[in-house]
Design a protein around this ligand. Sequence first.
Ligand code: PLP
Length: 394
Amino acid sequence: MANLDHLLAQELADISSAGLRRVLRPARKGTGTVFQEPGHSFLNFASNDYLGLASHPAVIESALNAVQQWGAGSGASRLISGSLQIHHDLEDAISAWKGTESSLTFSSGFATALGVIPALVGTGDTVILDKRVHACCVDAARLSGATLRIFRHNDLDSLESILTWANRRRSRNGKDRILIVTESVFSMDGDQAPLAAIIQLKERYGAWLMLDEAHASGLFGVNRSGLARATESQSRIEIQMGTLGKALGSAGGYVAGSRTLVEYLTHKARSFLFSTAPVPAASGAALAGLSILQSQEGARRCERTWEWARMVASHTQPHRPPSSAILPVILGTEERALEASSTLRESGIYVPAIRFPTVSRGSARLRITLNANHTSEQINCLIQALVPILRPTA
Ligand SMILES: *Cc1c(COP(=O)(O)O)cnc(C)c1O
């Protein structure tokens, strides 16, 4: 049997020659508007900290206070001795924000999906995923043992034909669970799902909907909770999920829905049952993040992020207003994306090249994300640096 390192090194060499090698760069600071590596600093257009809350003094202070009061760690899973008051306070705040009866927090958004989907569906059931949902929902759907079907991205006809198939199948096998999983704002394209039409379809076919609001929370609706509430459809969506690690400036994940759903998940979501409770610092930071997000200051921050998104989008997608704070510049090959990213680095700007397997082959891109803490000078710098990249190649 060949030696482990030898085999893996061969695979890594293949990854490198395909232009897909990745390196971890030790940053001194990853959030905020400046990305610092030893010896260099770049304007940061790569973080998902859309409202600039990860470095907000009140969020930091709340994290520190939580550590002082509750300790550095939670000590056990929630069902053993780790269910601290601060977790309950955070869950109350999330339910109020989302307009749901209840919610449950996890250590990450990834862990949320891995816990929730397999708890709700299994062998004989059907999970229907948008082609571009996040890896955590794909992995969770596979783990569940349910039959997996993928509909074309945001394509209602494709979704309906799968629903028709799943509906026929369930009347044959007597199982009655069909779960549709999609995102309200897609993480690598920044576009929105046709939520109202998807809700109509899932109701017509008696399916459930799980909506991942990771990139919509913070940016839509009166209290900035996401597209579900902004479109007043939260009561028609069975399962909402999201992360505390993006606009909320902290870390962790949540599911929000009915009291019964949450009580059920407390018994069945394995990444909740068998994992140490989220650290108090993260819950404390998220509580402060939620409170700022829903305040006047949150409204101002949100408006600023949108203003930057409109300014940059007027160059990257001139005929289309932005639909989120994520602006992709699709360049096609891995080489072109890497080259564009390195050109920007030379001008002191950090915008990552996003490649396979994060996006499909042939759609490598720059992914620009905007943040309320960016200044208009920084935005202008980005726009100037983008000019040669956006110029059509002769
Ligand atoms: C980031 C992300 C997650 C995972 O959340 P984490 O808290 O980072 O684990 C889930 N879904 C989507 C759409 C995401 O973008």
